[in-house]
Design a protein around this ligand. Structure first.
Ligand code: ZN
Length: 114
């Protein structure tokens, strides 16, 4: 088994979730999608930089804060700082090689509407 450790869990309510050192996907088809895989690997990098547990705490707090700012769950989710960085760069497959440390800090004020 090679890193990252990928699992399939069909009852997962989202496409995929990065829980370092695991990536859990709802369907095996997502494991072949380089953009989706890159997205989850960006979250792994963020998690390592924040020593894992603080990442989840900040992620959740950021989401709760966003629910007061944005009208719906999806927009609040897309505007979690860690998601902003991941969605902005997941199509760049070289991103993790070029990425500066704690690069999510550059996304604090970059609102997303998608
Ligand atoms: Zn994400």
């Amino acid at each position: 088994m090679k890193f990252p450790f990928v699992f399939i869990y069909r009852k997962l309510h989202v496409r995929g979730i990065a829980l370092f050192p695991f990536i859990i996907f709802q369907n095996k088809i997502f494991t072949e999608d380089l953009v989706i895989m890159n997205h989850e690997r960006i979250h792994h990098r963020q998690q390592l930089e924040l020593l894992i547990l603080p990442f989840y705490i900040l992620y959740l707090l950021n989401y709760i804060r966003n629910r007061f700012i944005f009208p719906d769950h999806h927009t609040a989710y897309l505007n979690i700082i860690f998601e902003r960085e991941a969605y902005a760069n997941d199509m760049n497959l070289k991103y993790l090689k070029e990425r500066k440390r704690f690069a999510f800090r550059f996304y604090i004020r970059k609102y997303r509407k998608r």
